[in-house]
Design a protein around this ligand. Structure first.
Ligand SMILES: O=C1O[C@H](COP(=O)(O)O)[C@@H](O)[C@H](O)[C@H]1O
Length: 247
């Protein structure tokens, strides 16, 4: 079994969200305390169930964190117009971040002609890569809270398309196997350099990919395998964990 920092399994999604949410907010507060008084913690979140299920479940606890000390990034975004129902940033904002007073939210470009890149996916990606380098240099997130697709994709890094040595931190994705087809994502090296990745997911549809990743599958076939490391924290429900063989 892959060596990870934390491996916790809960009977239901509600219990899972409660446990990972409380642990995550406590850890975020510790990182804020440890950071310099004038600096923000760089927190990354994914879309999907993180923004539509987990974060909304944490709304009652939003006041437990000083969000003026946090910069929130998305690990990926769907390259569609502002206001499109598929935007990860709007789901995150409406589901949770609107209540996080003082938070700095780094949205990735939309496909609107008035946005950075003027409607060109490549130019929008290059513009966001410049923003990334200005703020992060060669670094990565202090902490990331992400989900995983049934095919083992993380961020918008899909099976068979991952470059473990990718030089650019921010990538344009075309023909995504999951709609919408055009996306912007951080690279696998950025995710592997993240100080601590928290991966949480639920449901039987995720079981096979997790089972194979823990059994040693290549990140080229199952991108989630690329972030299983001693700094990674796993929080799953019983259905998602059902194919993982504990040695
Ligand atoms: O399309 C995406 O899907 C993945 C997985 O979503 P989930 O709902 O199965 O958890 C998500 O992590 C990614 O950010 C999103 O763009």
């Amino acid at each position: 079994m892959a060596d990870v920092h934390t491996f916790e399994v809960y009977p239901t999604v509600e219990e899972l969200n409660e446990a990972v949410g409380r642990a995550f907010l406590a850890r975020l507060n510790t990182l804020i305390d440890e950071a310099g008084a004038d600096s923000r913690v760089n927190l990354a979140i994914s879309g999907g169930a993180i923004t539509t299920s987990l974060l909304p479940s944490l709304l009652p606890h939003v006041g437990e964190v000083d969000w003026s000390r946090v910069r929130v990034w998305l690990v990926d975004e769907r390259y569609v117009p502002a206001g499109d129902k598929d935007r990860n940033d709007d789901q995150a904002w409406e589901g949770f971040l609107h209540a996080a007073a003082g938070v700095e939210f780094m949205r990735m470009p939309t496909s609107d002609a008035s946005a950075p890149g003027a409607g060109s996916l490549d130019e929008a990606t290059a513009a966001f890569a410049d923003t990334w380098r200005d703020l992060m240099g060669e670094g990565s997130f202090d902490i990331a809270l992400i989900g995983m697709g049934p095919d083992g994709h993380i961020c918008s890094l899909f099976p068979g398309r991952v470059d473990m040595d990718e030089a650019s931190p921010i990538l344009a994705i075309r023909n995504s196997p999951k709609p919408p087809p055009e996306r912007i994502t951080v690279s696998m090296p950025v995710m592997r350099a993240c100080a601590e990745a928290w991966l949480t997911t639920a449901g039987a549809a995720k079981a096979d990919a997790l089972g194979r990743a823990f059994a040693g599958a290549s990140p080229l076939d199952l991108p989630v395998a690329g972030i299983l490391s001693p700094t990674t924290r796993l929080y799953l429900d019983e259905a998602a964990a059902s194919a993982i063989e504990i040695a």
